[in-house]
Design a protein around this ligand. Structure first.
Ligand SMILES: Cc1cc2nc3c(=O)[nH]c(=O)nc-3n(C[C@H](O)[C@H](O)[C@H](O)COP(=O)(O)OP(=O)(O)OC[C@H]3O[C@@H](n4cnc5c(N)ncnc54)[C@H](O)[C@@H]3O)c2cc1C
Length: 482
């Protein structure tokens, strides 16, 4: 939670109670005055108080702030169906958010101006953890699922670096992590979903049932439906993880080694980053091998042929859970320092391997320490063949690099934020020119034309799905696509 997050107790204490909506004045009414339309009966609550609405205008980016007219705290899936139908009839916009002020979007993607934000954190039941899948509410966080599945030795095959993200939120975006080279993204590992479409219909979809909806909603950026439940794949995992970290001075060698590792599959997880070193930059390889005690990884075999700088290797063992939850201590520290609540003009890119080295060189040479505010720069590849979700757009190449400038705006002034967002835009234009794609969870101002280009050649399919599942375009306006 950010320092500005408001607890649910505070929200409910300050709640205003409305029973109707007046379509003429476009405002809530506390009585069924002339011309007003009754709100549907709810198991949860619709909050209109300033505190709740202000909380819903925040996200991790702390850059854009759009205040909704109300916040739905759903008590059931039925509430979401009812409010989507109501919103459609009354011409209100509606979007899901992981939690009020707890959305990890960085540019208002879950915010709504003229309408309703749904606080998904109340839908957080883990219904079933089975042999090879778990059936969970969309508001469940990956962290919670992992805690429920690990006692039986199971885990989702791919985890985001930070596991406090919501399952519904990452399935709407993509969900990438260091296991993606083997498993694809989280959207490639969801088996079935319950979705409330923009028509207000609750539909179960999977590869075998309502396939067009299944394909639209995964990485659909909230445009076609609200995911309310998901069956996510689980795989068996050993209880321990050995982490190998080593530095490279040579970017070319670093990227070559990463590509080799994702092809030969000797590690279970491969990531990397650009780090500050001796007044310049070095490149940090991170490889992880899972293991069962008694069958420890063979270090020299795992490291054979890698060209990292001698003397820079660090090896450490920990539990699988601690590895998956490795960012928790850092996040706690950043919260204590107040930096977690600073603006985060992030930039997340998918870069085709054929141009990656020169593009990364160019961007890094123009990116100062001050531009990053000590935020990390991620750089790691995956195999495009493992990614099968139609609306997750990636460059056309065998290997694709995730290249992320995870900036913190220091100082957190509007001028600095505006300048960093502008830098993102300039880099985005260069990225587009080399055939790269955005991982659209970040802070880049995009026009409709940019979105068309982003989804090309799937734009018509995207638009068609919008007409089919959200014909009145009420869902998730904060993405700025329609
Ligand atoms: C610290 C941090 C670490 C991160 N690490 C990773 C990482 O390792 N890998 C990665 O892939 N991403 C990562 N992200 C980005 C993250 O995947 C996105 O922010 C994503 O949007 C999920 O965040 P969220 O669960 O808070 O959802 P939100 O930000 O609340 O929502 C994201 C979008 O999806 C919509 N949405 C939310 N829930 C639903 C739903 N149930 N149905 C339909 N639409 C919905 C929202 O309206 C919004 O448009 C990270 C972000 C942060 C801040």
């Amino acid at each position: 939670m950010s320092s500005r997050t408001v607890s649910r107790r505070t929200l409910l204490q300050g709640a205003l109670v409305a029973v109707a909506f007046n379509p003429m004045s476009r405002s809530w009414a506390s009585t069924l005055e002339a011309g007003a339309v009754s709100l549907p009966p709810l198991d949860g609550e619709l909050l209109m108080d300033t505190t709740s609405r202000t909380a819903a205008s925040e996200d991790f980016g702390h850059i854009l702030h759009r205040t909704p007219w109300a916040v739905l705290v759903p008590g059931s899936v039925k509430d979401i169906v009812a409010m989507v139908r109501f919103a459609r009839r009354q011409g209100l916009k509606i979007a899901a958010a992981r939690g009020l002020g707890e959305s990890h979007s960085t540019f208002g993607q879950s915010q709504v101006t003229a309408g309703i934000v749904i606080d998904m954190s109340t839908l957080s039941t883990i219904h079933e953890v089975g042999e090879d899948s778990a059936w969970v509410d969309a508001g469940v966080r990956w962290h919670e699922l992992l805690q429920a599945s690990l006692p039986s030795g199971k885990s989702p095959p791919v985890l985001t670096d930070y596991i406090e993200l919501s399952i519904g939120g990452t399935l709407s975006a993509g969900g990438i992590g260091g296991q993606a080279f083997r498993w694809g993204l989280q959207v490639d590992n969801v088996l079935e979903m319950d979705v409330v479409t923009g028509r207000g219909e609750l539909v179960r979809c999977s590869r075998w049932r309502e396939r067009p909806l299944f394909d639209a909603v995964r990485s659909g950026l909230g445009q076609f439906g609200i995911i309310v439940r998901a069956r996510v794949r689980l795989v068996e995992v050993p209880p321990r993880a050995r982490t190998y970290i080593a530095l490279y001075n040579d970017l070319h060698r670093f990227m070559e080694d990463q590509r080799r590792l994702i092809e030969d599959g000797r590690f279970d997880y491969v990531e990397g980053s650009a780090v500050a070193s001796n007044g310049g930059r070095a490149y940090q390889l991170e490889g992880v091998k899972y293991f069962t005690p008694g069958a420890e990884p063979h270090d020299s075999r795992l490291l054979a042929g890698l060209g990292y700088e001698p003397g820079t290797l660090q090896v450490s063992d920990g539990s699988y859970f601690d590895f998956a939850n490795r960012l928790a201590p850092l996040v706690e520290l950043l919260k204590q320092l107040g930096v977690w609540g600073f603006p985060h003009p992030w930039l997340d890119m998918f870069v085709p391997a054929r141009s990656a080295e020169s593009f990364v060189q160019e961007v890094l040479s123009q990116t100062t320490e001050a531009d990053m505010g000590q935020g990390p720069i991620l750089l790691y590849p995956f195999r495009a063949s493992e990614l099968t979700t139609p609306f997750l757009r990636i460059p056309n190449d065998r290997h694709v690099f995730l290249f992320s400038l995870l900036r913190t705006a220091i100082p957190p002034t509007p001028e600095n934020v505006a300048s960093l967002v502008q830098k993102n835009r300039v880099i985005f234009d260069r990225l587009t020119a080399i055939g790269g794609k955005l991982y659209p969870v970040d802070a880049v101002p995009l026009s409709t034309a940019d979105w068309r280009r982003h989804f090309h050649p799937a734009w018509e399919r995207f638009e068609h799905a919008k007409r089919r599942y959200d014909p009145d375009r009420i869902l998730t306006p904060g993405q700025g696509i329609f």
